[in-house]
Design a protein. Structure first.
Length: 57
């Protein structure tokens, strides 16, 4: 989770879903799991169709 910019993700989440992560009553880890981006330990290998900003080696 150290690689996640929590502030940027929180801003995205609020714009996308219309409310803050805090208002869900769930932890950040739970939110990431619920939207399919986390497995409870680390971010999953999900890839969008958009070009990678920071491609992995």
């Amino acid at each position: 989770m150290a690689d996640l910019d929590e502030k940027a993700f929180s801003t995205y989440f609020e714009r996308r879903y219309g409310h803050s992560i805090e208002n869900t009553g769930a932890t950040l880890d739970q939110v990431l799991q619920n939207i399919g981006l986390g497995d409870g330990r680390e971010l999953t290998g999900w890839r969008s169709s958009a070009p990678a900003i920071c491609p992995t080696a």
